[in-house]
Structures are given as structure tokens and as C-alpha cells.
Ligand binder design. Sequence first.
Ligand code: KG4
Ligand code: ZN
Length: 324
Amino acid sequence: MIDRRLIVRSSVVASQIDLHAEFGGIVPEIASRAHLTAILPVLDQALADANVTLDDIAAVAVVTEPGLVGSLLVGLTAAKAICLARRLPLVPVHHIEAHLYACRMAAGEDVFPAVGLVVSGGHTSLYDCRGPLDHRLVGSTIDDAAGEAFDKAAQLLGLGFPGGPEIEQAAAAGRPGAVPLPRPMQDAPGLDFSFSGLKTAIRYQVQGVPGSDREVLPMTPERIADLAASFQAAVIDCLVGRSRRALRSLGHQRLLVGGGVAANGPLREALGQMCHEEQKVLHVAPPEMCTDNAAMAALGWERLDAGLTAGLDADVTPGLIRRK
Ligand code: KG4
Ligand code: ZN
């Protein structure tokens, strides 16, 4: 039987990158306004690409948490309107759980229980994933997210936005060991991360240490490549080290990795190597399913089947709630 959860009929992504690029990060007000103008054309496009009409729809799945409140509200309000007009079930979806579900879709087989690592622009978290709808947060960043650190480091290096792909590209010509950078929280107990110190270390390399007369090297293409490669290697070490620790302490056989930073080639390789050493199985979705996309909403099928629908009074939850 065809597994409806795994068939992607359309996945329309309305990128806002150009709108935010000049600010070097996401501007919440610009994001919600852009959602407002994009939502109806995107819905039309999604139906057209899938070659269906609203008459063929069984339910509407929509992200209600976590995220920027204005953007979440635009999506939820549009979903409610369709459900009200068409008498369809409304299925709330957790954005981070949906990132991990991309691994389930790519694998084409059950991948739970597993350790889940989500590395995106807003989150860097480790989960004890007991099933597609049962994820318990066991560690997260205490300051910046990994993607946010990539974006800020890229800005300091004079590279474009989003910073992750820019740094990955620049790093390809650099030496990962050229600039000594810290590995924050590498040996700390628990499973939390920290990335703001790394960002500061890059700032000091580029702008000099305040109050110090140590010479600042000129930002030649070679120097930028070395800084990018060294930064990327430090972030990878932190992500791999903590994931290894989580696999050992939770005892699961599989590691699921999702979120935009999981599109990073050297990170994927390093995680593959670590899982090989630990004799674990790595599941990471193809790069286009790591960055935000519409196919992630397939998690909605799991929730629909489990009866986890919501009423038209459903609300959004912008923050990430720690569930133990
Ligand atoms: O999951 P995502 O698309 O959106 C959020 O939910 O945040 O993640 C976006 C983040 C950005 O910070 C971007 O710089 C990062 O993912 N990213 C990458 C790569 N591609 C995207 N980071 C490192 N290497 C990449 N190739
Ligand atoms: Zn995301």
C-alpha cells in the first residue's frame, strides 16, 4: 500500500531571503508582512502543483509553534479560514518536530526511537525521540543557535546572508586548523550548547581585541577562507561532540538530524563519521528537506491519525517549551 505520509505532491517555498539580506538576519515585522502577501499565492501554487483542488483536501496542517509570532499567526489564520469554509480538521504541527520528521520521510521506514538533533536559524536542540509525536527536549543552546552563529560570523567576515551556505563555500578554500577557536561547553556536563563565544572569537579576529594592541591581520580572501573554515570546524566539533554524548547517554541506535544547518556538507560528513565510530545509524534528510520547506507538514498525517486536531480557537506558541 502506498504510504500517504511519504508522498510529496508539492512543496512551495516562498523565500524571503532578499528582504532580510541587507539586515544580516530576519526582521520579524518584515517577515510577518511578507507572509501576509505570500500566503494566498503560495496556497494556489501548492494546489496547482499537486494537481488538486480544495475539494480533494482531507485536513489542513499548520505550524503553530515555535517561531515568530506574527508569521505563525498569518499561517494559522489562513489554515483556520480554509477549515471553517470547508469543514476540515485543523492539525497543529510543531516546527521542530516537523524538521525531525523529514528524516522519517527520507528514510522511508520507521526511525524511532532515536536521538534528534535540530540545528536551525532559531534553534539548536537535542531530543529524546520516542516516536513521531513524542519528543523530549534533553539539551539546547544557552545563547545563540548554530544557524544564527553562522549568520553572524558571515556578517563579520563580509559574506552574504544566509551565512551558512556562504561560510560553507568560503571554507572550502580555507584551512580548518588555521585559526585557534574555542569549542564552548565541549566538556561540560549535560547536553546543552553555547555558540555566542565562538561568534565573539571571530569578532576579535576581525576587529581586534578591545584594549589590546595585538595586530589584526588584513582580511584577504585567504584569511576569510581560513576564518570561515576554522569557524565551521569549531561549530561542527560542538555539534558532533554533544550528539555523541546524547547517543551514549540515551542509548538509542539512531541519530536524526534536521534544520537548515544540517544542509552543511562537512557537518553531514562529520556526523556520519561519528555515527560510524559509535556504531549508530545516521538519518539526515537531503539538503533541500533540511532547510524550511512545506513537505515537513507531513507530520500532520501522524497527528491526524492520532486524533490530535485543534479547534478554531487554536493559538500559536512562539517560544520553545522544555518538556521532560
Ligand atoms: O531550518 P531553517 O531553514 O530555518 C529556521 O527554522 O531557522 O534554518 C536556517 C538556518 C540559517 O541560519 C542558515 O544560515 C542555516 O540554516 N544554513 C546553513 C546551511 N544552509 C542553511 N548553515 C550551515 N551550512 C549550510 N549549508
Ligand atoms: Zn526551520
